[in-house]
Ligand binder design. Structure first.
Ligand SMILES: *Cc1c(COP(=O)(O)O)cnc(C)c1O
Length: 377
């Protein structure tokens, strides 16, 4: 049997970039400015330029990149923040960390992203009930595909809500020629190693066009720092990006446009091979996916068998995500029940993500598709 495939092949990427990575890391070690070294500011300028925003503020991880704007907006107890239930835990967790209330909104079954019509209905319902004050929406660009921002921005504007883009999986994605990370009053991205742009540890960044918000977040990420190091004007976090990670990201950002292109080719290759075997992802004509994941749907009662057979053939697969957030034990207190968000629950039963990274060859795609077909038969 041939070698098992990698789900995300960080090794091939490292081999390609090896010399440049060593040089970048070596430079940081030589200068010894491990905290807020010059690479951090340089990376922030490069990221802002790439995402087409005025300000990029790096931080310790993608979760902090979402909580920092909520802190700056003073979202807190009694506030409702609308989030999809079919996403990684962080999207709702950051709301709970602020002691505000996550209010779940079902997803669109084709894009897997928050359904703008369901969002409108849920906001109306919360207003009618009168217990919570609608404050913000966190729109997740799941698997790298941007949300329907025209519709979501209209709803947010109508109800005077802050819009926070969870672009943790979507750096490089585009909606109507605007980069992901540029929607809403702020966006958060993650540089977790397996994300489209990943470092070698944890990292994240907040993107915004608002100078005052950027200044506040720059203070909040270092303990609410004021005019000098030991003056504190607010209660913040220790959430800086390491200089070493910034140096690594600068190298990876240079390679990123080529890698993004390669991901498109892999996605096209998968589509050609799999469209008659499974429900493959659909990308609207005005969108570009960053392809953090290539996720197909299979019959729910066959999924476990398919995954097992593929694993035996050396093809790793993953379920993102097996349990929607309203059914998580941590959110039992909110009283969510099966049936509350049918599309999120159906997706959780049916989805399966295949190996996806820029270094996946045509031959490897043949192996994945072949194993899928055989498992299905
Ligand atoms: C990865 C991820 C996050 C959190 O990022 P970390 O860097 O792991 O903290 C938030 N939201 C979504 C949708 C993610 O996939």
């Amino acid at each position: 049997m041939s070698e098992p495939l990698a789900f995300v092949d960080l090794k091939s990427q490292r081999q390609v970039l090896d010399e440049r990575l060593r040089e970048a890391v070596g430079g940081v070690l030589e200068r010894g400015q491990y905290i807020m070294g010059p690479e951090v500011g340089l990376l922030e300028r490069r990221l802002a330029e790439y995402a087409g925003v005025r300000e990029a503020i790096t931080c310790a991880n993608g979760t902090d990149a979402l909580v920092l704007p909520l802190m700056a907006w003073e979202v807190g107890p009694g506030d409702a923040v609308f989030v999809p239930p079919f996403t990684f835990m962080s999207t709702a967790e950051v709301v709970s960390l602020r002691r505000a209330s996550p209010v779940f909104v079902d997803i669109d079954p084709v894009s897997y992203n928050i359904d703008p019509a369901a969002l409108e209905a849920r906001i109306q319902a919360v207003k009618k009930e009168g217990r919570l004050k609608p404050r913000a929406v966190i729109a997740v660009d799941l698997f790298g595909l941007p949300c329907d921002y025209q519709a979501i921005e209209a709803v947010a504007k109508k109800h005077d809500l802050m819009l926070l883009e969870d672009a943790a999986q979507a750096f490089g994605g585009r909606y109507r020629n605007r980069p992901c990370g540029s929607f809403g009053q702020a966006a958060g991205v993650s540089f977790f190693p397996a994300k489209p742009l990943g470092c070698y540890g944890d990292g994240g960044a907040v993107f915004t066009n608002e100078a005052a918000l950027a200044e506040k977040i720059r203070s909040l990420r270092v303990h609410g720092q004021g005019g000098h190091k030991y003056e504190h004007v607010g209660i913040g976090l220790n959430s800086r990006l390491d200089t070493l990670q910034a140096a690594i990201l600068l190298v990876k950002l240079d390679a990123f446009p080529g890698e993004l292109e390669a991901r498109q080719k892999v996605a096209q290759g998968y589509e050609r091979r799999l469209k008659n075997l499974a429900v493959v992802p659909r990308v609207p004509a005005d969108c570009l996916s960053a392809w953090a994941q290539y996720t197909v749907r299979t019959p729910a009662d066959r999924r476990a068998d398919i995954m097992r057979a593929m694993s035996e053939a050396g093809i790793p697969t993953m379920i993102y995500y097996p349990l929607p957030l309203h059914l998580q034990p941590a959110y039992a207190g909110l009283g969510g029940r099966p049936g509350d968000f049918p599309e999120a629950e159906k997706a959780a039963r049916e989805v399966m993500s295949l190996p996806m990274h820029p270094y996946l060859t045509g031959e490897q795609q043949d192996r994945v598709a072949g194993a899928f077909k055989k498992a299905l038969a």
